[in-house]
Design a protein around this ligand. Structure first.
Ligand SMILES: Cc1cc2nc3c(=O)[nH]c(=O)nc-3n(C[C@H](O)[C@H](O)[C@H](O)COP(=O)(O)O)c2cc1C
Length: 190
C-alpha cells in the first residue's frame, strides 16, 4: 500500500512540474507587450512576411494604405515620369494615406515592413511615420527587395526621425520562415 501511495505521489509531482513547464513555454511565446505589425506592400511580398510575423508573435496586423492605390504603371521604375519614380525623386513627397486610422498609443512595439524602393522606403511609409506619434515606442523595421539591402532605408529613418527608438532592421527575401524566427527572438529579448 505504501508503495502504491509513493508511486501515486510521484506521478502527481511529475504532472504538476510538466504543467508548470508548459505554462512557462506558452508565456514566453505569448508576450504581454502590445505589438503592432504595420506594413506597406504593393505586390504582396512584404504583406506575406508581415502576416507571418503578426501570427507568430500575436501582433495586430495593419496595412499602411495610400489614399490612391498604386497601379502597375505607377510602379514602373524604368519610367522616370511614373508616380513612384517622381515620388522617390522628390525627397519631401508624402503621399496621402487612406484606410483605417490606428491608435498608436495602444502599442508598445511596432514592426514596420515595406519594400525597398530606390534603396529607401516608399514615401507613404514616411507619411505614416509623420502622421502618428511614435515617441516612447520601439520601432523594428523589416523589408523585402529585389536584392538591395535594408541598410540605407534604416539610416534614413534614423536621420529623419532621430527622436524615435529604432531597432536594427532586417531584410527577408527568402520567405517568411526566417522572419518568424527573428520576430520571436526579438520579442523574447524585449
Ligand atoms: C518603384 C520600385 C522601386 C524599387 N526599387 C528597388 C531597389 O532599389 N532595390 C531593390 O532591390 N528592389 C527594388 N524594388 C523591388 C521591390 O523592393 C521588391 O519587388 C519588393 O519585394 C516588393 O514588395 P511588395 O510586393 O510588398 O510591394 C523596387 C520596386 C518598385 C516597385
Amino acid at each position: 500500500m505504501k508503495h502504491i501511495i509513493l508511486i501515486f505521489m510521484s506521478l502527481l509531482c511529475f504532472s504538476c512540474s510538466s504543467k508548470a513547464q508548459k505554462q512557462t513555454v506558452d508565456k514566453n511565446t505569448q508576450s504581454d507587450m502590445k505589438i503592432l505589425v504595420a506594413y506597406f506592400s504593393c505586390t504582396g511580398t512584404t504583406e506575406k512576411v508581415a502576416d507571418a510575423i503578426a501570427k507568430a508573435i500575436g501582433g495586430k496586423l495593419y496595412q499602411i494604405t495610400p489614399a490612391t492605390a498604386y497601379t502597375s504603371a505607377d510602379l514602373d521604375w524604368n519610367d522616370k515620369a511614373s508616380r513612384s519614380s517622381v515620388e522617390m525623386a522628390t525627397e519631401n513627397s508624402r503621399p496621402e494615406l487612406g484606410g483605417e486610422t490606428i491608435d498608436i498609443k495602444d502599442y508598445d512595439v511596432i514592426f514596420l515592413g515595406y519594400p525597398i524602393w530606390w534603396d529607401l522606403c516608399p514615401r507613404p511609409v514616411n507619411t505614416f511615420l509623420e502622421k502618428y506619434d511614435f515617441s516612447g515606442k520601439t520601432i523594428i523595421p523589416f523589408a523585402t527587395s529585389g536584392g538591395s539591402s535594408i541598410t540605407n532605408s534604416v539610416k534614413q529613418f534614423k536621420k529623419l526621425y532621430p527622436n524615435l527608438t529604432w531597432k536594427e532592421g532586417k531584410l527577408f527575401n527568402s520567405g517568411a520562415e526566417k522572419a518568424v524566427e527573428w520576430s520571436k527572438q526579438i520579442i523574447e529579448e524585449q
